[in-house]
Design a protein around this ligand. Structure first.
Ligand SMILES: C[S@@+](CC[C@H](N)C(=O)[O-])C[C@H]1O[C@@H](n2cnc3c(N)ncnc32)[C@H](O)[C@@H]1O
Length: 335
């Protein structure tokens, strides 16, 4: 999409403007969005933008991640089956199941309270497989609450990595701690801090930045997001993400990876953040391919291309992968 990239690349003023074309205004009115939000989808997707708007109208099924640190997935399947749950494997997620139907809320079962599973959307789950946490490594989760990805990291490393999980909000730290305990993990340190100002004595080999975002990627779950994000919100969130990603790259050990993700379909919370952060860093590269068997449509979708290094980043879209919208980029610090 080189033409779009040239346009986006002009300046902050172009990126953070509330312009909208007649087509954006038409679609915004039809689907109940703010016009400049739809303009961004047109920039990103061209003719496919309406497919995204249509897909956002379809509610997402709940998805659970079986915690095979505590129970085998087969055992969980049969227990929930006996309790009247209808589950369906998510093809590209080793521990993922869609809940097709259930007699009670999936968050109210005995198995949930025992930590046998976590309710987590598929895109969110995929991020950690892409990150590929390594056993015994020191791993930093910079924006960790309520702990979907923190618990998944410890699950995949069998509680052998040392997880440093950071979250600034006291209430959300409580949820994070409770989820880590419920799911049976012990190898973690919780830090209540604004990660922009974090410093660590030990350099982590892997960092996850699941960045605070507008949440535009989860309109399928929360229709209010269609009209919630103002231009100044976008600018503020983008600037926060730039600061956090810069911090992540300064903290990670040489040779280590930073996986940056944002549950959004906005370029400001994705390509543009990576573009800004990499501008002055020739010692950072994007990893490609991700190193996880992704479905073909995902492989085909590379998002907006700003410069060669941003090409390695990817996007999940509701109308493409059937997930929530997510941006993902795995960066490696070379020295
Ligand atoms: C997208 S959520 C993280 C979800 C989490 N990774 C999970 O999988 O459950 C972003 C989190 O970042 C936190 N946050 C906001 N500003 C932050 C900052 N400056 N430093 C670190 N975390 C921040 C928010 O409170 C929120 O809990």
């Amino acid at each position: 999409m080189p033409k779009q990239s040239e346009r986006w690349d002009r300046s902050d003023e172009v990126i953070f403007s509330d312009r909208s074309t007649p087509e954006a205004r038409r679609l915004a009115q039809k689907y109940g969005y703010l016009p400049y939000i739809v303009e961004r989808y047109l920039e990103l997707l061209g003719d496919e933008a309406e497919d995204l708007l249509e897909a956002n109208e379809v509610p997402m099924p709940e998805t659970l991640r079986c915690n095979d640190f505590k129970i085998s997935c087969g055992e969980l399947e049969s227990r929930l089956g006996e309790a009247g749950f209808e589950l369906e494997r998510v093809p590209f997620l080793p521990h993922g199941y869609h809940v097709i139907s259930s007699p009670i809320s999936p968050g109210a079962t005995h198995e949930y309270l025992k930590g046998y599973y976590y309710l987590q959307d598929p895109g969110s789950m995929l991020i950690v497989y892409v990150m590929n946490p390594r056993p015994s490594a020191t791993i930093l989760d910079m924006a960790a609450a309520p702990g979907g990805k923190s618990t998944q990291i410890l699950q995949l490393t069998r509680d052998s990595s040392l997880l440093i999980a950071v979250e600034p909000k006291r209430e959300r730290i409580k949820a994070l701690r409770s989820n880590l305990q419920r799911m049976g993990f012990s190898n973690y340190i919780l830090i209540r801090s604004d990660a922009r100002f974090l410093s660590l004595d030990t350099k982590p080999a892997q960092v996850l930045l699941d960045a605070p975002s507008s949440g535009e990627g989860i309109i399928r779950k929360d229709k209010n997001r269609k009209t919630k994000t103002s231009i100044s919100d976008l600018r503020r969130i983008h600037e926060l993400q730039v600061e956090l990603l810069n911090r992540a790259l300064s903290i990670v050990s040489p040779g280590g990876t930073v996986t940056y993700a944002a549950c959004s379909t906005a370029v400001e919370e994705g390509e543009y953040t990576v573009h800004k952060v990499l501008a002055d860093k020739d010692y950072v590269t994007t990893e490609r391919p991700f190193g996880f068997p992704l479905s073909k449509p995902f492989e085909e979708y590379r998002g907006v291309i700003f410069d060669d290094r941003v090409k390695g980043c990817g996007r999940l879209f509701p109308h493409k992968q059937g997930t929530e919208g997510f941006f993902i980029c795995k960066l490696r610090r070379l020295d």
